[in-house]
Design a protein around this ligand. Structure first.
Ligand code: F6R
Length: 612
């Protein structure tokens, strides 16, 4: 959460910063700000979106070839102009932007106040820049040295960039548990929370590691130090990200674009990993530890939100096909409940961003207990991808809409491949079943494309339910997690209260809520439980509930009972979530648009949750 961008070089920094902030806005949009150095240090910040900042700056002085920018997701202090970043030090010599939380800011603030420091904002960030200034002044230090000393006194997570007005040829950055990427151009450097603001200018990047400090200097180039002041050799990577992937490309919202990208992103996820003609599936990331994974006592999945829902589907897949016991844990609960973890367990972390603080902490705990850790991430070079023993990328490309769509189907595709590879290795499914599943998985991109043709029908249905205040999502078996995911999507972008339930559980409580105003979305595409789902729908109808049924093409039974039906192509049961989630995504999207909600930037949310 919070987006950070910085530039030092020969160009005007301001347009680079603003473009970068727009790319990073998915990380937080409570306020935005920039600081530009050009003899004087000019700081502009404003509550609201990046466009509000641009309007506010208007034709003020934005000259300078060194600058930093920030888009905020509020933690300490309400979202307003004063709490917006960048924050100045007491003498206004230093300026900082920060992503993360300084946990011990309160005692530091008290101590600084006894030393005469006065604070303007409620933020922990302002405390940090005052501390850096105190260190610098007391020791007559270079800015990088003051940053290092100050950081040795703080507890918490941070990615920071600091500029010193008196040292105008450099900027200093540091990270701990919050991502930072340095872009290396010709006689210029970029720094950002992810590569999206950088790729337009250079594909050469360095991912900073935890406890590293980077000095980006016009005179001395890039220098990376650790907290012990030892010089580290930066490892330069080449990023492979296309500009089109981070632009809307004619769609009104990134979310709609990303929903439509899914036939391709699922195909990309399977490229080189599945060959339907030759009848094999493999996962490079799994090879080195295949034996250990196949012989694991347990697979524990840790994740949050939508990624947790993908984990629940993996539980069905892996237990059904590969017969290894699976537990799916909210990362935030797992890490605090003293869980039993052994060296014979495999801990699988699922995360689009690869930066989710709770998932990272759960992994660290698993590592401490000797479990093998495996990461399934989308963002290349992210923290989870780097701290796990092994892993696989889902290759969905940048997901910018805050509500996760293509990352979910990428995760489920990857987990389907993983279940197939393990099942084949363990001999828990017959060769003919293996072949049948492989052939069908190869068909999924085409079937998702076909499923997307329900868009217009979903829009009609949305029109009829857009004013609901509550909604219930029901599914069974493989589609129970899809019901949870459908409910989450509706909640987060259209602000309608929604709950997902296993269809049969409805009569143990939620049935009391059903009346003629309550839309009940039923996923009825599992062949094995079809009759049981029909009975659940009858129970809803008997209480005057309005049923929207997601059915396989040609399901005439459901057509006669449900109020509204959305047809999608059928597939083998283990892969039904990949198809049935499409109308869920579209339904939430259309309802949110009809309710005039900001689809890509829902209130209070941020894409990458790097605080606990
Ligand atoms: C919902 C959504 C969130 C994320 C969750 C985990 O649409 O996007 O629930 O799934 O914050 O994020 P990652 O996958 O980045 O760990």
């Amino acid at each position: 959460m919070c987006g950070i961008v910085g530039y030092i070089g020969g160009k005007d920094a301001y347009p680079i910063l603003i473009k970068g902030l727009k790319r990073l806005e998915y990380r937080g949009y409570d306020s935005a700000g920039v600081a530009l150095l050009n003899g004087s240090l000019n700081v502009y910040k404003k509550k609201g979106k990046v466009n509000d900042l641009v309007d506010f700056i208007d034709d003020s002085n934005v000259k300078g070839s060194l600058g930093i920018g920030h888009t905020r997701w509020a933690t300490h202090g309400v979202p307003d102009d004063i709490n917006a970043h960048p924050h100045l030090s007491g003498s206004e010599r230093l300026v900082i932007i920060h992503n993360g939380i300084i946990e011990n800011y309160a005692p530091i603030k008290l101590w600084l106040q006894t030393q005469g420091h006065e604070f303007k904002s409620e933020t922990d960030t302002e405390v940090l820049v005052h501390l850096i200034e105190k260190m610098q002044k007391d020791g007559d230090l270079l800015i990088e040295e003051a940053v290092r000393l100050a950081l040795s006194k703080v507890v918490g997570a941070y990615a920071i960039v600091v500029i010193d007005r008196m040292d105008p040829d450099k900027m200093v950055a540091a990270r701990k548990s919050s991502p930072l990427v340095v872009g290396i151009g010709e006689d210029e450097f970029f720094i950002a929370s992810d590569a999206t603001p950088i790729v337009e200018y250079t594909n050469q990047v360095v991912y900073l590691d935890d406890n590293e400090i980077a000095v980006l200097s016009r005179k001395e180039g890039l220098k990376v130090l650790n907290m012990e002041n030892e010089i580290k050799t930066p490892l330069v990577h080449e990023v492979d990200m296309k500009i089109e992937a981070i632009e809307k490309g004619g769609y009104d919202y990134f979310m709609h674009k990303e929903i439509y990208e899914q036939p391709k992103t699922i195909d990309d996820c399977m490229r080189g990993r599945l060959n339907a003609q030759e009848g094999w599936a493999r996962l490079g990331g799994l090879e080195q530890y295949k034996k250990r994974i196949c012989n694991a006592d347990r697979i524990i999945i840790v994740a949050c939100g939508t990624s947790w829902h993908a984990g629940l589907i993996a539980e069905y897949l892996i237990e059904d096909l590969a017969r290894i016991p699976v537990e799916v844990e909210y990362a935030s609960e797992f890490r605090y409940r003293n869980p039993i973890i052994s060296e014979r367990d495999v801990v699988l972390a699922i995360s689009q961003s690869g930066e989710t603080a709770d998932t990272l902490a759960a992994l660290e705990l698993a590592k401490k207990h000797g479990a093998l850790t495996y990461g399934i991430c989308n963002v290349v070079g992210s923290s989870i991808a780097r701290i796990t023993d092994a892993g696989s990328y889902i290759h969905a490309g940048p997901e910018i809409g805050v509500a996760s769509t293509k990352a979910f189907t990428g995760q489920v595709t990857l987990l389907s491949l993983m279940a197939l590879v393990i099942a084949h290795e363990r001999g828990t499914i017959s060769t003919s079943r293996y072949q049948e599943l492989i052939t069908e998985l190869g068909q999924i991109p085409r079937k998702v494309e076909e499923a997307l043709t329900c868009d217009e029908r979903v829009r009609e249905v949305s029109e009829r339910v857009k004013n609901a205040t509550n909604a219930l999502y029901l599914g069974r078996g493989y589609n129970f997690p899809v019901a949870l995911e459908g409910a989450l999507k509706l909640k987060e972008i259209s602000y309608i209260h929604a709950e997902g339930y296993p269809a049969a559980e409805m009569k143990h409580g939620p049935i009391a809520l059903i009346d003629e105003n309550m839309p009940v979305i039923v996923i009825a595409t599992n062949q094995s439980a079809h009759e049981k789902i029909v009975s659940n729908v009858q129970e809803v109808k008997a209480r005057k509930g309005r049923v929207i049924a997601i059915v396989n093409k040609g399901d005439n039974i459901m057509k006669d009972i449900a109020d509204m039906v959305i047809e999608i192509p059928s597939t083998l049961e283990p892969f039904t979530p990949l198809i049935s989630v499409i109308p869920m995504q579209l339904l939430s999207y259309h309802i949110a648009v009809m309710r005039e909600c900001n689809v890509d930037q829902p209130r209070n949310l941020a894409k990458s949750v790097t605080v606990e």
